[in-house]
Design a protein around this ligand. Sequence first.
Ligand code: OOB
Length: 543
Amino acid sequence: MIDFTPWPAEFARRYRERGYWQDLSLGEVLGRNVALRPDAVAILCGERSYSYAELDRQAERLAQALLARGLRAGDTALVQLPNVAEFYVSFFALLKIGVAPVNALFSHQRLELSSYAEQLQPRLLIAAAGHGLFGDGAFAGELRGLAPALDTVLVLGANGYADELSALLTIDADGDAPAMPAQPSAPSEVAFFQLSGGSTGTPKLIPRTHNDYHYSVRRSAEICRLDEATRFLCALPAAHNFLLSSPGALGVFHAGGTVVLALDPEPLRCFELIARHGVTMAALVPSAVALWLQAAPGRRAQLATLRLLQVGGASFAEALARRVPEEFGCRLQQVFGMAEGLVNYTRLSDSDEHVYTTQGCPMSADDEVRVVDLDGAPVADGVSGMLTTRGPYTFRGYYRAPEHNARVFDADGFYATGDLVQRGADGYLRVVGRVKDQINRGGEKIAAEEVENLLLKHPGIVQAALISVPDALLGEKSCACVVLSDATLRPVTLRKFLREQGVAEFKLPDRFQILDRLPLTAVGKTDKQTLRAQLHTAAAAVA
Ligand code: OOB
């Protein structure tokens, strides 16, 4: 069994009684429609189309191939794929045999992947040759050094993406008859791991159980009114919680609709896909919406079938929100969620004011939200405070991180999200800021401490602080404020130094600010608030 922090028994009992936890495998989101509508189109990926039956058949064959190689329930996997159908094939294959993957983002590099391998000790790696690290076997070999149990490596070929997977499937699984009984893990156990945006040094893993995730998918699909006519454009990373379960691809599979894959949210290609496949719904981060708004004039006809645009992952400016219905001809839904659990939606029946000015309310009647001050005491409605939460699909602990867990969970099991919110009397939340030390770069989360620690490895850097600076498109960009002992160091050298350490490109500081010293708080920590204000004033003086 894979380690995770279970919900206390009285909560588990309540969540079952209320029908949230149905003791089904997460794979049932697909299984249901394999039985009900096998020939309906589940995925459109480039020129390839997968029916529900075909998607399930491929997942079954991969599952068999992996069983034949000795993979067993309770094992773990590291998966890194771009937005291609094979992502879902492997996701469902692993669910069938009880192997729990962490699905790394395609932008993740050596440092992130190494950290996941070290934490999870996977037996299986599924990666893509199209990623710079997997063009040859060298990095997979390095990972094996960190995770000695890693004995099966499956690298999808760059030419004809499915080549190698097909080869493996034909060699190991002759015909469709299951050679070995595939046994998913128990519904109360870990189905897979989500990734935390994090605020500390190491990226954390979030165990998600079948029961909790299945519920979040079903409830999200219901709130978003998905049905078999839904054609959902997945143009952000498929593994991200937003695109996987809010309601995301799993919600669409549960409802019997179609997922249309795009490699990224580039507007012209996405508009073409929308027109070509009659896409009815899409999910974007605010910075992508801004690009779509720029590209939409004169192309409105391509968006004729679009009914709902979900926007989440970062703060969405009210002025942009108000433009969505008019310029895209569709309804807007704000989504405020997190990989750890809690997801808030504005509802399709909400007033325009709610949709434009709030980030929605929790999806479940049993999501408990406490907005608290620095001492942990609840604040009044309308007053800013820190959002803490517990509920039927909010996790109870990061994977093997007892010290961190002790800091972010209170005695009642409420998780401190690190977000500053105001709650209205109607339960709707507005996100007004953040207490966690994180930069939200257009929805991509950067843990300040992680980058600071990497910078501090440079012998010419004495102090480092990564802070956010406002950006018109991304909302926030990152600025590394550094104190140098070597005055000849230039940003280009520092950026190169970071890149050589194998960190994802989006974590490289957009700016460097060289300072004589960093402002300190009374207890001697870097005073980031003052630092941000200083930079702001300096920028204003230049402008
Ligand atoms: C989603 O998940 P994560 O884990 O990448 O990031 C969660 C954090 C939140 O704690 C908050 O700081 C920020 O991202 N965030 C928003 C937001 N949605 C997320 N901040 C302001 N407004 C919003 N609408 O980002 C995520 C997971 C599921 C659904 C949607 C987003």
